[in-house]
Design a protein around this ligand. Structure first.
Ligand code: NDP
Ligand code: GDR
Length: 371
């Protein structure tokens, strides 16, 4: 019998990569998707199976982490061997605008799932993965950050995730459940949500290089992140659920980079060098040289500017993870380099926006979506 996995957040970046991975491993994969007024399954449409055919191994259920009866029903129906709780209001800045919802979905949502497992008598059968985060470290206490570094969350999102972290530990200790936290540092990909900084940058660079956008407005350029590739990280999630004993693990690359350096790296992909002037909110990135004959803007043009609207009330300045435990016990290491990932993301976004460029050249109106 194929193992059954249930994934919350299946329509998100990690949900899509994890579904692919588990299907390749022969799992029957069930995912919880939210009802939306438009289709929200872009990232998993290639895995879609017609509900009218038999023997499907990728099955979606409507649900929401804020609705416990619905979660109990789905867990009851699926009887999963593994649950991956990836669903969350995952945007740190937005969590300052909707703190109560972040607490409900990201914090209590985790308890709802754990309780579903317990109430249904599945504590010995169902293994549980909680998508914990390097945002738990928040205000720097120690560098690099490992499984033993104290937490100091700096956003409603991180505070909610801290509750979820501890309730997962508590259910493991109280009920002997196989439940673990993956404390994952930032991971990106061409499927990354458009409003997270790496994807915002690679999309803008692609559009600027195609003559579809002029400026890229960003917040804190000095923030440092330990960025890896989501494909590597979903493999680590799966490995965490295949051990003899449940434990919590950090997944990270062990290298940290500023937002500014990611901007520089991304523009290089389209043959543009930047020079920087100003400080704080006056900081500007201007084109210093162009080696790409098709690039539409001249040397001297300003393409990057800081806009304080993207600053956070409390910022996480430096994240740098120590993945030694994952390497020793899971045999896990990040394989993608940041340079390769950045290149993949810029190239993928150029592909996406080439279609817009063709439409624009044919006289159709192109509407930009800004964040
Ligand atoms: P995404 O934002 O891409 O995906 C989040 C998913 O959660 C989406 O499928 C979304 O649905 C779903 N979701 C949101 N709210 C609810 C809700 N109330 N009920 C059910 N589902 C909901 O996130 P990622 O894939 O990047 O991240 C996956 C998880 O890992 C998240 O929990 C995130 O907080 C955590 N994490 C992510 C890291 C990263 O760098 N990517 C690092 C560390 C942790 P919809 O598509 O309808 O919006
Ligand atoms: P983060 O990711 O907050 O680390 O959370 P994000 O990409 O949003 O920000 C990273 C850093 O870049 C700075 N920044 C900007 N960020 C955004 N989004 N937009 C901007 O214009 C901008 N300019 C500068 C931010 O201030 C920040 O310092 C992500 C999410 O996936 C979480 O769910 C996850 O838990 C953590 O990573 C690990």
């Amino acid at each position: 019998m194929a193992k059954k996995a249930l994934i919350t957040g299946v329509t998100g970046q990690d949900g899509a990569y994890l579904s692919e991975l588990l299907l390749k491993k022969g799992y029957e994969v069930h995912g919880i998707k939210r009802r939306a007024s438009l289709f929200n399954t872009n990232r998993i449409d290639h895995l879609y199976q017609d509900p009218h055919v038999d023997n499907r191994n990728f099955i979606l259920h409507y649900g929401d982490l804020t609705d416990s009866t619905n979660l109990v029903r789905i867990v009851q129906e699926v009887q999963p061997d593994e649950i991956y709780n990836l669903g969350a209001m995952s945007h740190v800045k937005v969590s300052f605008d909707m703190p109560e919802y972040a607490a409900d979905a990201d914090g209590i949502g985790t308890t709802r799932l754990l309780e579903a497992i317990r109430l249904l008598g599945l504590t010995k059968k169902t293994r549980f993965y909680q998508a914990s985060t390097s945002e738990l470290y928040g205000l720097v206490q120690e560098v690099p950050q490992s499984e033993t570094t104290p937490f100091y969350p700096r956003s409603p999102y991180a505070v909610a995730k801290m509750y979820a972290y501890w309730i997962t530990v508590n259910y493991r200790e109280a009920y002997g459940m196989y439940a673990c936290n993956g404390i994952l540092f930032n991971h990106e990909s061409p499927l990354r949500g458009e409003t997270f900084v790496t994807r915002k940058i690679t999309r803008a660079v692609a559009k600027i290089s195609l003559g579809l956008q002029q400026d890229l407005f960003l917040g804190n350029l000095d923030a440092k992140r330990d960025w890896g590739h989501a494909k590597d990280y979903v493999e680590g999630m799966w490995r965490m659920l295949q051990q003899d004993e449940p434990e919590d693990f950090v997944l990270a690359t062990g290298i940290t980079t500023t937002v500014r350096d990611f901007v520089i790296m991304s523009f290089r992909e389209v043959g543009v060098e930047l020079s920087w002037s100003g400080e704080g909110v006056d900081e500007k990135g201007t084109i210093a040289s162009v080696s790409n004959p098709d690039f539409p803007l001249a040397v001297g043009t300003q393409v990057v500017a800081v806009d304080p609207r993207y600053f956070r009330p409390t910022e996480v300045e430096l994240l740098l993870g120590d993945p030694a435990k994952a390497k020793a016990k899971l045999g896990w290491e990040a394989e993608y380099s940041l340079a390769d990932m950045c290149s993949e993301m810029v190239r993928a976004d150029i592909e996406v926006f080439r279609r817009d460029q063709i439409l624009k050249e044919a006289g159709f109106e192109i509407r930009n979506q800004y964040e």
